[in-house]
Design a protein around this ligand. Structure first.
Ligand SMILES: Cc1cc2nc3c(=O)[nH]c(=O)nc-3n(C[C@H](O)[C@H](O)[C@H](O)COP(=O)(O)O)c2cc1C
Length: 196
């Protein structure tokens, strides 16, 4: 009763949404990915720094290179998913800051002039954006299978560069038969929330 989002949308985004481990063959189009991005780009980040970068792995040759870096248990589902995205953090995000935070363009150097500061800020904020992205996939009526079970350094060398830190690989598509593991329990409100 306290939520204003209608119940069907709550189910789509959270209650009924699951992490998918198998998908149908239905392709995921660039238009769908664009619609997802154009929704989730509004999720908040510190100083609007927006450090998330998305690499869509579409060609069979690139998919093969990706699968080699996945943990054994993640290989077959990553090979078979209609679309796979590598989500990474851009540690040089400050270059875009004058565009993204125009009322304080000096922040580029005054706040984010040092690389270690940028790396820790990018790690937090790109992880936030990765979460928005997963919920956006669900908003498109699709299912996501995020994975950190992979050789991150191998991924970085294979697909990215020294300025990008891979965060996770996400399989995307319509869930197929046997897509779910059993739902695991969640913590109760009382276990998580304290009031001081
Ligand atoms: C950041 C992240 C990394 C994950 N890594 C893996 C992985 O490497 N392999 C895997 O099978 N599942 C992975 N998962 C899936 C989680 O186990 C799953 O989302 C969680 O148990 C909730 O499942 P549910 O959405 O079906 O309730 C990952 C999930 C997230 C969000």
């Amino acid at each position: 009763m306290s939520l204003v989002l209608d119940s069907a949308a709550q189910d789509l985004l959270f209650r009924e949404a699951r992490t998918a481990n198998a998908f149908t063959d239905e392709p995921v189009t660039d238009e769908q990915v664009r619609a997802i991005y154009d929704l989730v780009k509004y999720g908040p980040t510190s100083m609007n720094q927006s450090p998330l970068r998305v690499t869509l792995v579409r060609s069979p040759e690139a998919r093969e290179r990706l699968v080699r870096h996945m943990a054994e248990g993640n290989r077959s589902k990553t090979a078979a998913a209609p679309l796979v995205a590598i989500l990474s953090a851009d540690n040089e995000f400050h270059e875009e800051l004058p565009q993204l935070f125009p009322h304080f363009p000096q922040a580029k150097d005054a706040v984010f002039g040092e690389r270690p500061v940028r790396e820790s800020s990018a790690a937090l904020n790109a992880a936030l954006q990765a979460a928005y992205f997963i919920i956006g996939v669900r908003a498109a009526g699709l299912a996501a299978g995020p994975m950190t079970g992979c050789d991150m350094e191998g991924l970085r060398k294979e697909f990215l560069d020294d300025d990008h830190t891979p965060l996770m690989v996400v399989n995307i598509g319509r869930p197929g038969p046997d897509a779910w593991f059993p739902r695991s329990p969640r913590l109760d409100y009382e276990q998580v929330v304290t009031t001081v």
